[in-house]
Design a protein around this ligand. Structure first.
Ligand SMILES: [Zn+2]
Length: 246
């Protein structure tokens, strides 16, 4: 009988070894599968359901076609995520990366007309990722500051400071002292998504909750905010994977 809250297991589907985690959930109503870049394959078991491993395995076998198809998709996504040396996502566009070795001691990335040029000290390929991350952060400071300034005027709110962070799970936040924080990874999303997050945090300067009034205020300045939320929800793992340069 499966007792703990989270257990890791493996099994073979066709000729493939598949890793999965069994997780108990208070929210789940039915036994279900979940697949993500961060957690891989998970079998979600409703909290008060008693199931044997055999029953869980049978459930997985029933769904094996779905699993194999999606595990493959996920692997492609991961491969894409690792290929940041070829191109990076930037405000909804895919920008090719060109690496040049130089005599400089430090690495630097900057935008040329149609590509991102990364200059690295000769032989120091490891610095490419670091330079790209710095590029994103610098762009985030400039672009988010501009958007926030413009939107704040429209919304008639004022903030004291903006900080750019590398949070793993949050896109933005608004402190009681009216400091806004944004995740530089948002620069890898389309501009409309970035603008929505800025409007969302600015709206918290007026409504410090997620009340109906808050959402009406957001909607006034970002009428399609639901689309942007949906995009973020759907692409959050990809966004994180594609902005992981370590
Ligand atoms: Zn919020």
């Amino acid at each position: 009988m499966f007792k703990g809250n989270s257990t890791e297991k493996t099994l073979w589907l066709e000729d493939r070894k598949v890793y999965y985690t069994i997780k108990k959930s208070h929210r789940a109503k039915h036994l279900k599968l979940q697949l993500s870049l961060e957690s891989g394959l998970e079998v979600i078991v409703p909290f008060n359901t008693r199931l044997s491993f055999k029953q869980i395995e049978n459930f997985i076998f029933e769904k094996q076609r779905w699993i194999l198809r999606n595990v493959q998709k996920l692997e492609q996504l991961l491969k894409q995520a690792r290929s940041f040396k070829d191109s990076i996502p930037f405000l909804g566009e895919e920008i090719p990366v060109k690496v040049k070795e130089s005599n400089r001691k430090t690495a630097r990335a900057f935008l040329c007309s149609e590509f991102l040029e990364v200059r690295i000290p000769s032989g120091k390929k490891k610095l490419i990722g670091k330079a790209i991350k710095e590029f994103y952060k610098k762009q985030a400071r400039e672009i988010i500051y501009k958007i926030a300034g413009r939107k704040a005027r429209q919304m008639n709110v004022s903030f004291s400071k903006i900080s750019i962070r590398s949070q793993k799970t949050r896109w933005g936040s608004c402190s009681v002292r009216s400091t806004l924080s944004f995740n530089w990874r948002l620069l890898a999303a389309p501009r409309s998504v970035l603008e929505y997050i800025v409007v969302h945090e600015l709206a918290h300067l007026k409504h410090r909750n997620h009340s109906k009034k808050f959402w009406l205020f957001v909607k006034k300045f970002c009428p399609d905010y639901k689309e942007q939320e949906k995009w973020l929800h759907k692409n959050k793992h990809l966004l994180k994977a594609r902005t992981s340069f370590d």
